[in-house]
Design a binder for this molecule. Structure first.
Ligand code: NAD
Length: 249
């Protein structure tokens, strides 16, 4: 595999999609760094038990200083980050309409869901560009491209920007062998999504999908694995609609 021995840093990988991505990239042969506010000891233990290499780092991804420390520690412990998965994010939980939304909530959502992507990208790029190979994937959302329940303007706006960031970045890093893409999933069965809407929300989302199966974290991990591989070397600046046909059918 092309990513054997490469270092993959995944944010928000103590739970949900990030966790599945960490386990999948480790199975693909990458050395995995998990950056999360929450402890990721069980993910690290699972990867290690399966013969992989993983480290967990506690950090708030919206805090630039903590981001820089986490990247520096990863580079010291595991080596140059060549795969960055900007996954950590807040759901619009509870949903909050614009007329009821505080400026603080707007800023916090942007800080965690978008500023974090900028901080991590800028922190890993010096070493990644020197290495001459890299993959950056931002988690966007199908909610940008579909009509969704009210109360998610802060989330949807930040997720739209996550796609824009990948597209703009792709042009800047192409000469260094680096691709930058975003993935826009529809609702995925994760702790964060279930807290927001429970099984009832999953059922409602199914009605919007061409494929009548609830999306699982491993479905997104498979897309990330492909984007990280050399088979995806010519895919850059794209938003991949991994949404069971909910926005394009
Ligand atoms: P989740 O809530 O299950 O897990 C998110 C993880 O991010 C948690 O481990 C949490 O501790 C971590 N995190 C949150 N804030 C953080 C911070 N400030 N610093 C460090 N870590 C922080 O989330 P999920 O459902 O797996 O979603 C993962 C990503 O995918 C998010 O960006 C989300 O917006 C996006 N997404 C999810 C869905 C879905 O339906 N689950 C759909 C589209 C996009």
């Amino acid at each position: 595999m092309a990513i054997t021995g490469k270092v993959a840093l995944i944010t928000g990988a103590a739970s949900g999609i990030g966790r599945a991505v960490a386990i999948r990239l480790a199975a693909d042969g990458a050395k995995v760094a998990i950056v999360d506010l929450a402890p990721a000891d069980d993910v690290v233990a699972e990867i290690t038990a399966n013969g992989g290499t993983a480290r967990g780092y506690r950090a708030d991804v919206s805090n630039e200083e903590q981001v820089q420390k986490a990247v520096a520690q990863t580079e010291t412990d595991l080596g140059t980050v060549q795969i960055l998965i900007n996954n950590a994010g807040l759901h619009p939980d509870p949903p909050t309409k614009i007329m009821d939304m505080s400026t603080a909530l707007w800023h916090k959502t942007f800080a965690v869901d978008l500023d974090s992507m900028f901080f991590f990208t800028r922190a890993v790029l010096p070493a990644m560009t020197r290495s001459g190979w890299g993959r950056i994937v931002n988690l966007s959302s199908a909610s940008v491209y579909a009509v969704t329940p009210p109360g998610g303007a802060h989330y949807v706006s930040a997720k739209a920007a996550a796609g824009g960031l990948a597209t703009a970045l792709a042009v800047e890093v192409a000469d260094y062998g680096i691709t930058a893409n975003a993935i826009a999933p529809t609702t995925v069965r994760t702790p964060g999504a279930l807290h927001l809407g429970g099984d009832a929300m999953l059922e409602a989302v199914l009605a919007t999908q061409a494929i009548k199966r609830v999306m699982e974290p491993s479905d997104i991990a498979g897309v990330v694995s492909f984007l990280a591989s050399d088979d995806a070397a010519m895919i850059t600046g794209q938003v991949i609609h991994a949404d069971a046909g909910s926005t394009r059918v």
